[in-house]
Design a protein around this ligand. Structure first.
Ligand code: ADP
Ligand code: MG
Length: 317
């Protein structure tokens, strides 16, 4: 039992970078966000709510959806490099008035690239949450038309709408549509992304525009360089798997988990897949009535998930 306690301590006691690396969290940050939201409310024309006011495509489809976000950056396990850039960006956007007084603007065009399930979509939401502003998700299916001119007009409408308020404008999985349609031809991805970037060149708003792609490697560097900042997402390292275990198993009453052994089994899975394994293990633990959630639970859940992924023809990488 003494040994168990040590193991439990090891898991529960290791540093949780998600909390620790955030310099300004706590009351100060919460207040800053509230102050920011206040500023947004008083100085900007409000985003006119209601579905009818959303910009529509030529076919009458809404070109975006508008939501509040509830995910904070502290809920995420990120590389130090990415976390640092995101915190800097948040700071720049909070301090945009000060920057403007010096003739400067915050960085606005952000590209998040990396494999599926590593937190790109969630990052866009977390940015909106930390800035206390809504997130507008562009509905690419409605935006992209076989006529490039129409696509451009749709993007123009979106930017025109977005300019009226302060929000995070998200172009999620910009590659998906084009690759779905044309198989291996990524010429259309290029054209669509080029149109978006061209429209953004003349975009006068300071709104943060976040594009994500699971296939950054398909596109050439020249195109990507037109973004202000590119963040690369990867499957979690061993240390990041430890952080994920701590974060995603925090609801367990009692843990008896050897994190090295668990991390070894989870290696090669994405953040989202590891989260699913943790949820499987939590469910199993609750339903079994066992007091402790153990390494064995994690290993078994991980193996059965991996088996299903293999059967579904998805690699673990
Ligand atoms: N880096 C991460 N840290 C914590 N949880 C994550 C992370 N990446 C993914 N997740 C979990 O997996 C879910 C799906 O991730 P998502 O942001 O959609 O990945 P992507 O857009 O890269 O495919 C998230 O909602 C979150 O619960
Ligand atoms: Mg995504």
């Amino acid at each position: 039992m003494g040994e168990d306690a040590v193991i439990q301590d090891t898991l529960m006691g290791f540093s949780n970078g998600t909390q620790q690396n955030e310099p300004t969290r706590g009351g100060g940050l919460a207040q800053a966000i509230e102050r920011h939201a206040e500023t947004v409310r008083s100085h900007k024309r409000p985003l006119t709510g209601g579905v009818t006011s959303l910009p529509l495509s030529d076919d009458g489809m809404p070109l975006l959806s508008l939501n509040d976000s509830r995910v904070s950056l502290s809920e995420m396990v990120l590389s130090k490099e990415n976390r640092d850039i995101l915190l800097e960006l948040i700071h720049e956007h909070r301090m945009r008035d000060l920057l403007a007084a010096h003739g400067l603007r915050p960085r606005r065009r952000l590209l998040l690239a990396g494999p599926s399930g590593t937190g790109k979509t969630q990052t866009a939401e977390a940015l909106a949450y930390e800035l206390g502003i809504p997130i507008a998700r562009v509905r690419l299916a409605a935006v992209v038309s076989s006529y490039l001119g129409q696509t451009a007009r749709h993007i123009e409408k979106i930017l025109e709408f977005a300019k009226r308020g302060t929000l995070v404008l998200s172009f999620d999985e910009i590659d998906m549509l084009a690759s779905d349609r044309n198989g291996s031809d990524n010429g259309e991805i290029r054209r669509v992304v080029t149109v978006i970037l061209q429209e953004l060149e003349t975009y006068s708003s300071d709104n943060l525009v976040v594009a994500t792609t699971n296939h950054g490697d398909l596109l050439d560097a020249a195109l990507w360089r037109r973004f202000d900042e590119i963040l690369t997402y990867k499957h979690p390292t061993q240390e990041q798997i430890y952080q994920l275990l701590k974060l995603k198993l925090r609801r367990a009453k009692h843990l008896k988990v050897n994190r090295e052994q668990a991390a070894k089994t989870l290696h090669g899975l994405s953040h989202a897949q590891i989260e699913s394994v943790c949820l499987d293990a939590l469910r199993r633990n609750i339903l079994s009535g066992e007091e402790y959630l153990t390494t064995g639970d994690i290993v078994e859940c991980a193996n059965s998930r991996k088996k299903r992924l293999r059967e579904a023809g998805q690699t673990e990488k």
